[in-house]
Design a protein around this ligand. Structure first.
Ligand SMILES: Nc1ncnc2c1ncn2[C@@H]1O[C@H](COP(=O)(O)OP(=O)(O)OP(=O)(O)O)[C@@H](O)[C@H]1O
Ligand SMILES: [Mg+2]
Length: 467
């Protein structure tokens, strides 16, 4: 239960309050003058200080200042018989949580004290969350040892300290959100909010009200005022996820905030100034969208002050063993199943696959494998690769053989099988051959006679000049 210091030179009143609060289970101490208050504050920790504004010579405001200095986390509630508005205003301004005018009933006192303690708890919770967030998003949480990731992270560290708008691009599941968080939490804005908005999740009107807020009555159903995400992020960073997915008119409004640092709530006329750093992410090519007239060119340049490309997992396969190890540790810890890691055969499969759903797909695969594993190691039997939703590459190539009623030449099935195997192995012929239980020479021959076209950069690279 909360510990309360009651400071009042009026003995009967102080006693009355003390008795009532101890009855309610509070830990109570008393002080009858300024020097006793200081003594008690030095000796023990309190959650709240209840102080008379006129305290046997000492000024209640001095008590307030002393308490703030010695125990900043305690809330101070002032009591006074001289309910002058000026003093009350000054008290609140100096950081008092509340102000009671004598005479007051003990019920009222109890209620106000409980409220002040609630506010204090909420404040602590926020501080705690702010404190733990950097952990969630620290650069250390971004796992990987590849040169590709290291290059990305070098840019992250460099831009974090600046105020520049950042555009993060990369395929789905590559860790764009993680990168955005790392930028915020390593910036000078780290102590302020990191606010996220997923632009793809809401249709135009809702998205605008989410971003800019609205006044009461702005539209049907707007029965109270709402503070938008931009305002919430004031002093901090706003993460606009899936930034490609918003209408041209919303884009225009965002451009204005970026240029003028001001906005109006929907249905409002008051101009609100905001100081927000924008971090945007998308898995689409904004440049292509600009060319197609689907994204405003001016906004594109405003967002793209610094651009960070998060490479797909298949281009940084060196990261796979580290990621696998960390996911095995995380999920075996979560479900309380002691696992030592993955067996070599499983790791080989995991490294060979092309991971269209990137790290999210890998993470899901490991989570499932940890559940399935019988022994102390994940084996290839525990792996279900390439069937999760995140694994579709958007081109809809089914791996299973399905013969249409009208029939299909065997050669066509062979072509599809070889192509699919190659795709799964990121076009590494040796791996695809293994998948189909044929030799590298045979697959090479099949590619030629079936006329399978390889993506440009996978066409017979000279051995010495491999990428
Ligand atoms: N380098 C990494 N180390 C550890 N975990 C990672 C890494 N990159 C991504 N993850 C994890 O993979 C999952 C997907 O990451 P994230 O949500 O940041 O991807 P995204 O690029 O924003 O995806 P989408 O485009 O689908 O929104 C998360 O659970 C994240 O914690
Ligand atoms: Mg994301």
């Amino acid at each position: 239960m909360a510990r309360i210091l009651i400071a009042d030179d009026h003995t009967a009143l102080r006693r009355g309050i003390a008795e009532r609060l101890s009855d309610r289970g509070y830990g109570v101490q008393e002080a009858s003058n300024g020097s006793e208050v200081i003594e008690r504050l030095h000796a023990s920790a309190f959650d709240a200080v209840l102080a008379d504004l006129r305290l046997g010579g000492a000024d209640g405001l001095d008590v307030l200042r002393t308490a703030a200095a010695l125990q900043p986390s305690a809330v101070v509630v002032l009591m006074t018989a001289f309910g002058s508005v000026d003093t009350a205003v000054e008290a609140m301004r100096s950081g008092a949580a509340d102000f009671l005018t004598k005479p007051f009933g003990l019920d009222e006192l109890e209620l106000r004290l409980a409220n002040a303690l609630d506010v204090r708890r909420a404040r602590h919770e926020i501080q705690y969350l702010r404190h733990t967030q950097p952990d969630i998003y620290s650069v250390d949480r971004i796992i990987g040892a590849s040169g590709a990731l290291a290059r990305t992270m070098a840019i992250v560290r460099k831009v974090a300290g600046s105020q520049a708008t950042v555009l993060i691009q990369g395929e789905t599941g590559t860790g764009k959100e993680l990168v955005a968080g790392a930028i915020h939490h390593n910036s000078s804005r780290a102590a302020r909010s990191f606010v996220k908005v997923n632009c793809a999740a809401l249709q135009e009107n809702l998205l605008e009200s989410e971003l800019f807020g609205h006044e009461r009555g702005a539209f049907t159903g707007a029965d109270r005022q709402r503070i938008g995400r931009f305002e919430q992020a004031d002093g901090g960073s706003l993460f606009l996820d899936e930034v490609a997915d918003m209408s041209l008119s919303t884009q225009a409004k965002i451009l204005r905030v970026l240029q003028e640092h001001e906005l109006e709530r929907l249905g409002g006329t008051r101009t609100i100034r905001v100081d927000v750093r924008l971090i945007a992410a998308t898995n689409r090519s904004l440049a292509d969208m600009v060319a197609a007239g689907e994204f405003r060119e001016d906004l594109y340049y405003r967002l793209n002050v610094v651009s960070i490309d998060v490479p797909p997992l298949r281009e940084r396969k060196e990261d796979i063993p580290l990621l696998v190890e960390s996911f095995v540790r995380r999920y075996s810890g979560e479900i309380g199943k002691p696992l030592d890691g993955v067996r070599a055969d499983a790791l080989k499969l995991l490294t060979r696959y092309h991971w269209p759903g990137n790290i999210r797909e890998l993470e899901n695969t490991i989570e499932r494998a940890v559940l399935l594993a019988d022994g102390r190691l994940v084996t290839s039997d525990d792996l279900v690769i390439g069937t999760s939703d995140s694994a579709t590459d958007g081109q809809g190539h089914p791996a299973a053989v399905r013969i249409p009623p009208a029939g299909v030449p065997l050669e066509e099935i062979e072509r599809q099988a070889v192509t699919e195997a190659l795709r799964m192995c990121n076009w590494v012929q040796k791996d695809a051959a293994e998948l189909l239980s044929i030799s590298p020479r045979v697959i090479n021959y099949k590619i030629k006679i079936l006329g399978i076209r390889l993506p440009r950069r996978h066409r017979s690279l000279p051995l010495s000049a491999a990428s």
